[in-house]
Write a protein that binds this ligand. Structure first.
Ligand code: PGA
Length: 248
């Protein structure tokens, strides 16, 4: 299994010029690392607005390990759903990965576990690789409820997914403790490992870690057994992001 490094740009950067600059610097760096990329898969998830730019540049570069990812999808294929993007549209576009159920969407857009379940099914049906984000809040961890929260999220998020004929093996889970996201307060790798062991006991999918990953701590999560990383803030800092790609 290839090591998966996913860059989640979130709602950044703010102009096409900046997005082009960032992408060019990252792609130049990846090109230099070409030989070092064999065992890795790099997925860049920019805002929808910049997906076309990414696609054009990837096609020119011909780096087989570099993939296109989206940050969200809707569950219907087409129709009157203003503002939404369908899994079929993403597939036809050439996108392979999609982040589903990120805690920021759960929180600010009130995405429920049931909605996430529908999105996952729709993504799998189009043979996309959904990255399902799960994780507990700080107060839930303090109350010793981490595993219960994860169990509840996964129970609903994955409801009747195993009955699908489509490629269930495409699913990826990202453990992202909410309190570690964008806070500079990463989860201790040993604590994250406890969650990893719990997830691996129940599922055969690749498991990523996300939450304040940086060039200093990235390796530690892979050492304890995670199959890759979901990187937010640092994926916008081309030098640091590239140094993670290089070092892991
Ligand atoms: P962060 O974000 O690396 O900035 O903590 C991770 C994520 O939200 O996926």
């Amino acid at each position: 299994m290839k090591l998966l490094i996913v860059a989640n740009w979130k709602m950044n950067p703010q102009s096409l010029t900046e997005a082009t600059f960032l992408l060019d610097s990252i792609l130049r760096g990846l090109k230099r690392e070409r030989k070092n990329l064999k065992e890795k898969e790099i997925v860049i998830c920019p805002p929808f607005l910049y997906l076309f730019l990414l696609k054009e540049k990837i096609e020119k570069l011909k780096l087989p390990n570099l993939k296109i990812g989206a940050q969200n999808i809707f569950w219907e294929e087409k129709g009157a759903f203003t503002g939404e993007i369908s899994p079929l549209m993403l597939k036809n576009f050439g996108c392979q990965y999609v982040i589903v159920g990120h805690s920021e969407r759960r929180e600010y857009l009130r995405e429920s576990d049931e909605m996430i379940n529908k999105k996952l099914k729709a993504a799998l049906q189009e043979k996309l690789r959904p990255i399902l984000c799960v994780g507990e809040r700080a107060k839930e961890r303090k109350a010793g409820k981490t595993f219960k929260i994860l169990e509840n999220q996964l129970k609903t998020n994955l409801k009747s997914i195993f009955n699908l004929k489509s490629e269930i093996s495409n699913l990826i889970i990202a453990y992202e403790p909410v309190w570690a996201i964008g806070t500079g307060n990463p989860c201790d790798p040993e604590k994250a490992k406890e969650v990893l062991v719990f997830l691996k006991k129940n599922f055969k999918f690749p498991i990523l870690y996300g939450g304040s990953v940086n060039s200093e701590n990235a390796k530690n999560y892979l050492k304890v057994g995670f199959n890759g990383l979901l990187i937010g803030g640092v994926s916008l800092k081309e030098k640091e992001f590239l140094s993670i790609v290089k070092s892991v």
